[in-house]
Design a protein around this ligand. Sequence first.
Ligand code: ZN
Length: 200
Amino acid sequence: MSIKKVVKYGTPSLRVPSKEVHKVSQKIKVLVDDLLDTMYAQNGVGLAAPQIGENVRVFVIDVSTNDEPLNPMVFINPKIIKKSGAVISHEGCLSFPEAFTDVKRYANVMVKALDRNGRSFVLEAKDGTLLARCIQHEFDHLDGILFIDHVINRFDAESELSKNNLPPLEVEKILDEPDLEPEIEKLLEEKAKKDDNAEN
Ligand code: ZN
């Protein structure tokens, strides 16, 4: 077990699709433990293998709060088997130190994966919880997709990146998300109305 260096935005391995795990070998278990150690050392809620330079389909999550016991979750060869609803998610990433922006996410996901012992499980995360959003964020890393590819306000994302000395937004990577966009528009309108009311 050891703490690894988290690669930063601009590192090519973050944009490379990762390979399936054929066997949950000792080597994979060591990788899982390194991911957990590194995630906890950085106070993150999730970390994917490409972020420590390993392009294999493994990520870890722990969304427990400070007063709760640790709850490490391991996802090997994950598949998102159901997704619905939309939510505006304010996100950051350990590969983007100090940079945060609003992105589009599904509110509900169902994921199927293998755990650290190679056993298959299915997990449902609903209502735009941190877990639901985190699963999508980490899953994307395995396909070379980054949270900024789901950006809602390009101008805001650009300024966050430049403020934190990170490379500029890769505009050509921004995803077209017809499933999410109408609902996100509605959420943005509601938010604007609420902000108006708060000012009055
Ligand atoms: Zn990330």
